[in-house]
Design a protein around this ligand. Sequence first.
Ligand SMILES: Cc1ncc(COP(=O)(O)O)c(C=O)c1O
Length: 234
Amino acid sequence: MKDDIIYLDNASTSFPKPETVYSETDTFLRKWGVNIGRGENRLEYEAASRVLESRRKIARFFGIKDYRRLVFTCNATLALNLALKGGLKESDHILVGPMQHNSVMRPLHALTETVSTGELRYDGDGLLDLNSLEEQITPQTKMVVINHASNVNGVIQPLRAIGRICREKDLILLVDASQSSGSIPLDVEECNIDLLAFTGHKGLLGPLGVGGLYVGERILLNPIIEGVQALLLN
Ligand SMILES: Cc1ncc(COP(=O)(O)O)c(C=O)c1O
C-alpha cells in the first residue's frame, strides 16, 4: 500500500488483508490449487480436505449444526440470488426491510411478475418495528428478508426477536449478514435463521470472490445455476 493512502472504505471491502491471507492464498495456489470432485489424485484430496476444514470452521463460526448445509458462493450477491430465486414460488408474498442492498433489491425486482413484496417499517432509530412485522403478515407471506447490519446507516437489527416471530408464524427468515460477518457475532440457531447470506471479503477479511449461503433444514432451494457443481457444492 502506498504511504499516502489511508484506506477507510472497509464497508465496501476490507483492505489490506491480514498477511496470512496473502501467504495462504499463495501456498494454496502453488501446492494444491486444483479442482476438487472432478478426479482422483493426491492433490485433489489435499485440496478437498482444506475445503472441508473451511466449511467446518465457518459452520462453527455461525452456529450451523451441519456443515453440509453451507454452500460456498463467489459472493453474497450470488448467495442472495440463490436464496430468493431458488426459494420463492409464484404468488408468494415477501416482506423486505427498507434500505436493503441492491443484491437483494435487484433479484426481487427481477421477480416482480412472480412474487409480491411489502416493505417492512422501521422505527425512528432504524430498527424493525416488531408490531408492524406481525401486522403486515398475510396468508401468502412466505419470507422475511432483512440485513443484520445496514450498509447505509450501520443499524444492527434485533435478529433474535425477528427470528422468533418468523418461526412462530412459519415464515422463512433470510438474513443478509454481509456487513456484520466477522464483526458482530451471529448464531443461526439462536436467531432461527433459515437462510444466511454472507460475504468473505469484508469483516471476515478474506479475498474478493468468496461468500456463502447457509440453507437451513426446513429449506429446499430450486437450483438457479446448473453445471457448476464445484462452485456450489464444494
Ligand atoms: C448489505 C450488503 N449486502 C450484500 C452485499 C454484496 O456483497 P458481495 O460483494 O459479496 O456480493 C454488500 C456489499 O457491499 C452489502 O453491503
